[in-house]
Design a protein around this ligand. Structure first.
Ligand code: SAM
Length: 290
């Protein structure tokens, strides 16, 4: 049976699915540095069989599909039906012929041991209901010299793309006590936290890298406000608790706080992510720093 907490997480992602599809071009652009860094850390190359865990509206699967080519393959997975549908439609639109799709949670992967060369997740590990079990599953389904790589957000403070809105809203709504292990965008923001989980799950040669980058898109503040208030379950939930007179005031306060990120007629936020990678045997493909 799916625990109630996880049910709530999945329902929220089901609602988010149409918005992640609506904004797919902007999202692809904003998070492209994460995709590139993940592909580099995972050492994904032509011919690889790659598993994407929590692929959402389709990334990094769609990008990886082009890298591995027709001699390789990408198996996209996500537990949310709405996400799987939009990702599958995008792959068909783009004429990608080397992708398979499965609706499943990271906790129980319906694949035989050693099926994939690589297993990756972009911004999904934070939502695993049992992270150690999910990483164990990822390790189980990769080959002996394979790699698993996850990219997660760094601290809220280093990511004003998120905090600029939530910091203002939090002054108006009652905030429940924070549970550092609750499924949330910043669950693995603390350095070494997800790396420790990989180690507990048996990963070898675990490497954590910090990626400082910019979230950029040619959009105005109003477009940013609309995008964030639609695509984020957390923001949607908080806004639902506000009165209709509070929302315009909060939007004005956020506009003031966000002004410095919209100076050149476009949006540029500094951002930080962590990429955590581990191997199965620790022997073959050790990452060298630099
Ligand atoms: C922030 S989105 C990231 C989606 C996509 N990888 C991207 O970067 O655009 C998080 C995704 O994790 C998925 N997710 C939630 N719980 C999960 C679980 N237990 N196992 C795997 N994925 C999960 C959600 O359905 C959602 O699609």
């Amino acid at each position: 049976m799916i625990p109630e907490k996880q049910n709530k997480v999945l329902e929220s992602w089901q609602t988010s699915a149409r918005y992640w599809d609506k904004y797919r071009t902007i999202i692809a652009q904003m998070f492209a540095p994460l995709t590139s860094a993940l592909i580099k850390e995972a050492r994904i190359a032509s011919g690889h069989a790659v598993l994407d865990i929590g692929g959402g509206s389709g990334e990094p699967s769609l990008t990886i599909s082009r890298i591995v080519g027709l001699t390789g393959s990408v198996t996209y997975t996500d537990p949310v039906a709405g996400m799987v549908e939009t990702a599958q439609a995008a792959a068909a639109m783009q004429g990608l012929k080397n992708m398979q799709f499965r609706q499943c949670s990271g906790n129980v992967l319906p694949f035989a041991d050693g099926t994939f060369d690589r297993a990756v997740g972009r911004l999904s590990a934070m939502f695993f209901d049992d992270p150690v079990a999910a990483v164990r599953e990822a390790m189980r389904v990769i080959v002996d010299n394979g790699r698993v790589s996850f990219v997660v957000w760094g601290s809220k403070k280093a990511n004003p793309f998120f905090s600029t809105i939530t910091d203002v809203i939090d002054q108006f709504v009652e905030i429940p006590p924070e549970d550092p292990n609750a499924p949330d965008a910043f669950r693995f923001a603390a350095p070494a936290k997800l790396a420790g989980i990989l180690e507990t799950a048996g990963a070898k040669d675990v490497v954590e890298r910090q990626l400082n980058f910019q979230i950029e898109a040619p959009i105005s503040f109003d477009q940013f406000w609309q995008l964030r208030t639609e695509m984020s379950g957390t923001v949607r939930e908080k806004i639902a608790k506000l009165s209709s007179t509070q929302v315009p005031n909060i939007k004005r306060a956020v506009a003031d706080a966000a002004r410095r990120f919209f100076t050149s007629g476009t949006m540029v936020f500094p951002a930080r992510a962590l990429i955590i990678t581990g191997g199965k045997t620790g022997a073959a493909e050790k990452v060298v720093d630099g």
